[in-house]
Design a protein around this ligand. Sequence first.
Ligand SMILES: [Zn+2]
Length: 193
Amino acid sequence: MFILDTNDEVPKPFHADLTGAPMTNCVLCNCEFEEFTDYLIEKSFRRVNSGVVHTIFEYAICLDCVPAMQGRMSKESQENITAYFESKVNIQQRFSTQFELNQFDAEKWIDHCLITNNPTDQCDEFQIYGQFKGNRMVFGAFPYAISGQVLDEMIGLLSAKSLDEMNGFKDQIISPDPTLKELFPTNRPPILI
Ligand SMILES: [Zn+2]
């Protein structure tokens, strides 16, 4: 179940920090996003001592390339992640509740961790995920945020080989500010869920 946003505009938190505008291309095949292209966005944030939140990485990936990215994880690792999610959250129920409360207000869907419910403004690290069709957000399983605490639990479910493979993907990902690479958590790969 999903509903297309009535606004033809990518919500601000999903814009590229690099350009201040919506993302335009797939990180893997480099296809350009057109009016009806389906794609996902993942952005990773870290709060530093001063309280400032930095974007650690950001990328968009077209749905055609998602299987290739997921294929970097072993079948067992993928199953572990899926089972973890299914045991923690009922996505269908969450969609109904969020839509009733917040409709197309994307920021309210991503201001707390999907699993722990902790507000992201109290998380040192968190990632946001969104699905889009052209400039329109797809409200369904997405959008959501995941706290660093939960990401760590998920990493514990990946095999060493899967973790290596996912880390290999990092090099392809755009970091808005290359000096932030040192903030990139060494053991935390992008995880597309
Ligand atoms: Zn692609």
